[in-house]
Design a protein around this ligand. Structure first.
Ligand SMILES: NC(=O)c1ccc[n+]([C@@H]2O[C@H](COP(=O)([O-])OP(=O)(O)OC[C@H]3O[C@@H](n4cnc5c(N)ncnc54)[C@H](OP(=O)(O)O)[C@@H]3O)[C@@H](O)[C@H]2O)c1
Length: 251
């Protein structure tokens, strides 16, 4: 029996991963702000399979809520940080920009750093039991997309943060392993219905790619192959040319 914690499991990718792990026999601790979504997820499975916790990663109290969830699940084998928000913001609405940074950057650091410190304190991990920590970032972190500046930057920050923590963990002998999950476009609530997105994939396919990559203990999971190709090309584009690529719109 294995245990996972998923922060951001009330909808979309996090919810699908929770369902898939629970169906595979895992005990899953799930968190998010929407209580009714947490309850309906738990009700799909026999009692005790899904353990729930209301948690808002943008608040300082989120660390207490995470501790409460850890008490309900015990030390997890897998810690998945999926929570995130995103919005196209070509008008540079400052409140929207700040909300994205507070959720995707501060909220993610709050949760992941707290969990790494939990691993450091917890004797169970020092008996040869390694925790896998995975964060859902995005291919958007590869380059700054003009229509989603704060979102792109927040995703780059997430990737850099876990890359740095993976080096620090090795230096300090902390028994954790990190995975950076970089999806292309996935059909979930975050995208909304008002825009058209190229190469969009169903959430079931996204979960397949993530679970396969996690099983293989990949450090970075970029999916699907079309997005691996796109981001490979993005890396090669000089900044002056990138600036002129004003056709990159999703409307
Ligand atoms: N869909 C895509 O095309 C795509 C592509 C690349 C990366 N991603 C990333 O994938 C992750 C999941 O997004 P999704 O596509 O599955 O969209 P989603 O269905 O909107 O899911 C977002 C999740 O984040 C949680 N969340 C948001 N703000 C939160 C907060 N303050 N505290 C706690 N939880 C919070 C939501 O829960 P509550 O609202 O209940 O709190 C929800 O469970 C995000 O990080 C997103 O950036 C998505």
């Amino acid at each position: 029996m294995q245990t996972a914690i998923i922060i951001g499991a009330t909808s979309g990718i996090g919810r699908e991963l929770a369902v898939r792990l629970a169906e595979a026999g895992w005990t899953v601790g799930v968190a998010g702000r929407r209580e009714e979504r947490l309850s309906s997820l738990a009700a799909r499975f026999p009692e005790g399979v899904i353990r729930t916790q209301i948690l808002d990663i943008t608040t300082p109290e989120a660390t207490d809520a995470l501790d409460a969830l850890l008490l309900k699940t015990g030390a997890p084998d897998l810690f998945l940080h999926v929570s995130g928000i995103g919005k196209q913001n070509p008008q540079i609405d400052e409140a929207v920009e700040m909300q994205i940074i507070e959720t995707n950057c501060s909220g993610m650091v709050r949760m992941v750093s707290h969990f790494v410190n939990y691993v450091k304190r917890s004797p169970v991990y020092h008996e040869g039991h390694t925790a896998q920590i995975a964060v859902v970032t995005s291919v958007a972190g590869t380059a700054g997309l003009g229509i989603s500046a704060a979102y792109s930057a927040s995703k780059k920050m997430q990737s850099t943060y876990i890359s740095a923590l993976s080096q620090l963990s090795r230096m300090e002998g902390i028994p954790v392993r990190f995975t950076d999950i970089r999806p292309g476009f996935v059909a979930t609530e975050i995208l909304g219905a008002e825009h058209h997105y190229p190469f969009i994939m169903p959430v079931e396919k996204a979960a397949d790619c993530i679970l396969k990559g996690l099983r293989r203990k990949r450090r970075v999971i970029t999916f699907d192959w079309k997005f691996r190709l796109v981001v490979g090309l993005w890396h090669l584009i000089p900044r002056g040319l990138w600036e002129r690529m004003t056709f990159i719109k999703t409307q």
